[in-house]
Design a protein around this ligand. Structure first.
Ligand code: NAP
Ligand code: ZN
Length: 352
């Protein structure tokens, strides 16, 4: 075991602060990664503040961070896929059994023995729970490590590891491509990746936002049209017209207003994770044989596929790079929607 510098919070109301955490020594098939950048996902804030208490209670201290990009500094003797110096990524998953039906189906995120990057029981016993990417280094089994295309900016590539795959996976599942009309609700970290990816897949993309000030940005990111969701007339014009709507909102909102915009047989996928349940109108759903579904991140092979797609299309997240010392301020700004469109922590700042 060795000690690594990190930022952690010790209760739902405590600010994140510098600390040291234990990391395991590399085992046979482990890769040790010096973390260069880590994105700030809204899930980090939900869990740091124990907002998902009923579903996934938070164990403290909590070191968030699951949008990790870094450089390999050490490999175990059994490692075959990576070598020292490789630029790699780690997303929300750091372990799975690789033998269950979900793993075999490429859905490691639903493996009964999955280990998440932070706040998940640590099967290696290094600490009670896993500690995430707000840290100088991490040790991960090679099967959970991704390759970052060499043409991508690393600060902007980090958010692909969660926001990228979380939006890519349902867009693919719904067959998004040319001739499809796709709506993205909420232009935040996930939403802006959804817009870029759906646009690159060739779909007609509409953004629904509560922030009129984001209109020009949405168009620059690839939206063909922008609808301010508080404008009832503008919403009505799109009634029953969407093949798919991807809902990326982090807070309470009316999903029935969006179900009404889905075409007959179309789909609304929820990826946002508000603290409280959302009421669903049966009429909004059955009048049109619509489906309402959810989607959680993506498996390892599909995450690599998404990264390769982003490499091919030159897609990264629009990031504001910050030092770790500004993480608490970044959380407050994220809550106010004051981020364009993802914070990416420059982990070199941990050393200062
Ligand atoms: P974010 O950057 O904070 O973006 C959320 C966006 O939602 C905001 O930019 C805002 O967009 C909109 N919004 C916020 N409050 C709203 C309200 N009260 N009513 C309507 N719209 C509101 O968050 P994120 O990192 O993209 O994450 C979004 C959600 O997805 C979080 O709940 C997160 O935990 C969850 N998540 C889920 C998965 C998964 O696997 N399913 C993975 C990662 C994250 P506008 O200003 O455009 O309205
Ligand atoms: Zn995330």
């Amino acid at each position: 075991m060795y000690k690594a510098r990190a930022y952690a919070c010790t209760s739902p109301t405590a600010a994140l602060a510098g600390t040291t955490i234990p990391r395991r020594d590399v085992a046979d098939r482990d890769v040790r990664i010096e973390i260069l950048f880590c994105g700030i996902c809204h899930s980090d804030l939900h869990q740091a503040r124990d907002e998902w208490h009923d579903a996934v209670p938070t164990t403290y201290p909590c070191v968030p961070g699951h949008e990790i990009v870094g450089r390999v500094t050490k490999v175990g003797p059994g490692v075959t896929k990576f070598k020292v110096g490789d630029v790699v990524g780690v997303g929300c998953l750091v372990g799975a059994d690789h033998t269950c039906p979900n793993c075999k189906g490429g859905l490691e995120q639903f493996c009964p023995n999955a280990t998440f990057t932070y706040n998940s029981p640590d099967r290696h016993g290094t600490a009670p729970v896993t500690y995430g990417g707000y840290s100088e280094s991490v040790v991960v089994e090679e099967d959970m490590v991704l390759r970052i295309p060499t043409n991508l900016d690393l600060a902007g590539a980090a958010p692909l590891l969660c926001a990228g795959i979380t939006t890519y996976s349902p867009l693919r599942r719904q067959g998004v491509g040319p001739g499809k009309k796709v709506g993205v609700v909420g232009l935040g970290g996930l939403g802006h990746m959804g817009v870029k990816l759906a646009h690159a897949m060739g779909a007609h993309v509409a953004v629904f936002t509560t922030s009129p000030g984001k209109t020009e940005d949405a168009k620059r990111l690839g939206a063909d049209e922008v609808i301010v969701s508080k404008d009832a007339d503008a919403m009505k014009k799109h009634s029953g017209s969407f093949d798919m709507i991807l809902d990326c909102v982090s807070a309470d909102h009316d999903i029935n207003a969006y179900l009404n915009l889905v075409r007959v047989g179309g789909n609304l996928t929820l990826v946002g994770a508000p603290e409280k349940p959302l009421p669903v109108s049966a009429f909004a759903l059955f009048f049109g044989n619509k489906t309402l579904s959810g989607s959680m991140i993506g498996g390892i092979a599909q995450t690599q596929e998404m990264l390769d797609f982003c490499g091919k299309h030159g897609i990264t997240s629009d990031v504001e790079v910050i030092p770790i010392q500004r993480v608490n301020e970044a959380y407050e700004r994220m809550l106010k929607g004051d981020v364009k469109y993802r914070f990416s922590i420059d982990m070199a700042s941990l050393k200062s």
